[in-house]
Design a protein around this ligand. Structure first.
Ligand SMILES: C[S@@+](CC[C@H](N)C(=O)[O-])C[C@H]1O[C@@H](n2cnc3c(N)ncnc32)[C@H](O)[C@@H]1O
Length: 341
């Protein structure tokens, strides 16, 4: 579901102009119409109701824009069949920055591809290309400038929050937006939530802004990720989030306290931190455990959770296991939600 402004058709143009001017469009989704209204995907409600009292805010199903299809169609005149074939993956947009993957076969055309993206996506001001893999402790990925404004810092908007970050030096994935909303939708009023591996604080900010959680504590190892996290809680005027810079393994035991919910968004090695999560859990704590698993083998993550619980003498109940994104061909990011009994 996506937040949308429902606007009577006769007012569509004026609202569209305002949304563009104030950068309120959610660039990930397309709009939809019915016989009397248009539904514009929006990233926040800022000032809209005041300027256009007839607007209704609704949660609706809107299509995710297929940017790859659009880009390939536009480039089909200027790239050879072989070059087009290598534009394999859809590109990500973080704030005003588009991040593309250019395979070696298409390097000579990277500038043309980037310029086409700048023309097609009016909200994009910079195009960077990935130039390595996420193999660092901070899960960051080297990026090279290709076209537009030469910067790696941007402000991304999702679920009513602004997230400022350097896209090269701090991990962030806009593709996890739906997953963050899924977690936030489960948070009950008064909960205390621990977000391990909090990065620039997307989970803490989305939870704090969209729920009645009492408090959210985030822990992040990357000092720059932590610095952006602090800036993001200020940017969003959030008061119930505390962020700590350090290693989850050192910080959690020092806290000497328990949480109602623990989020573990480090799929590559969250299993190594399950005992730390248990030490901050009590009866009823819900843990969201992320992992990468091959299609058809999702029960491997559940088995790891059950084995860790058994080893620690903790009783638990698996609530559900959900697919929350693709990591590699046939490999998915999944989340096992389980409850401590
Ligand atoms: C996959 S990223 C997720 C970041 C953020 N939660 C998000 O969704 O954008 C994992 C994060 O965990 C951090 N990290 C890795 N090991 C850690 C540790 N032992 N303690 C705290 N943070 C850690 C990395 O620096 C990285 O920012």
């Amino acid at each position: 579901m996506t937040l949308a402004a429902k606007v009577p058709l006769k007012h569509a143009q004026e609202v569209k102009g305002f949304l563009m001017e104030h950068r309120l469009f959610d660039p990930q989704h397309g709009f939809r119409k019915d016989s009397s209204s248009i539904f514009f995907p929006i990233s926040k409600k800022l000032g809209l109701k005041k300027s256009f009292p007839y607007i209704e805010f609704v949660d609706v199903e809107l299509d995710i824009l297929d940017r790859k299809k659009n880009l390939r169609a536009t480039l089909s005149q200027s790239l050879s069949k072989e070059e087009l074939a290598v534009l394999r993956r859809a590109f990500d947009i973080m704030g005003t920055i588009a991040i593309i993957e250019i395979p070696p076969e298409a390097v000579k055309k990277e500038r043309l591809i980037a310029e086409t993206i700048l023309k097609l996506q009016k909200n994009v001001k910079t195009v960077l290309k990935k130039s390595g893999i996420h193999d660092t402790e901070f899960r960051t990925q080297p990026m090279e400038y290709v076209a537009g404004v030469n910067t790696k810092e941007t402000v991304h908007r999702e679920h009513g929050v602004m997230l400022k970050l350097d896209v090269e030096k701090v991990y962030f994935s806009p593709r996890l937006s739906t997953e963050r909303a899924r977690i936030a939708s489960q948070v009950k009023p008064g909960e205390s939530v621990l977000v391990m591996f909090s990065g620039c604080a997307p989970y803490p900010c989305v939870i704090a802004k969209n729920t009645k959680a009492k408090e959210v504590l985030g822990i992040e190892l990357n000092p720059l990720g932590h610095k952006y996290g602090l800036e993001n809680i200020r940017l969003n005027k959030i008061r119930n989030v505390t962020l700590i810079n350090g290693d989850v393994k050192d910080i959690v035991p020092e806290l000497k306290r328990k949480f109602d919910r623990i989020v573990m968004p480090l799929p590559k090695s969250a299993g190594d931190f399950l005992d730390v999560a248990f030490s901050a859990s009590k009866k009823g704590t819900i843990i969201h455990f992320y992992a990468f698993e091959e299609e058809g083998k999702f029960d491997a993550a559940e088995k790891r959770v059950l084995a860790a619980c058994k080893k620690a003498g903790v009783k638990c109940k698996i609530l559900r296991t959900v697919k929350c994104g693709q990591h590699a061909p046939h490999v998915f990011r999944i989340c096992v939600d389980f409850k401590i009994l």
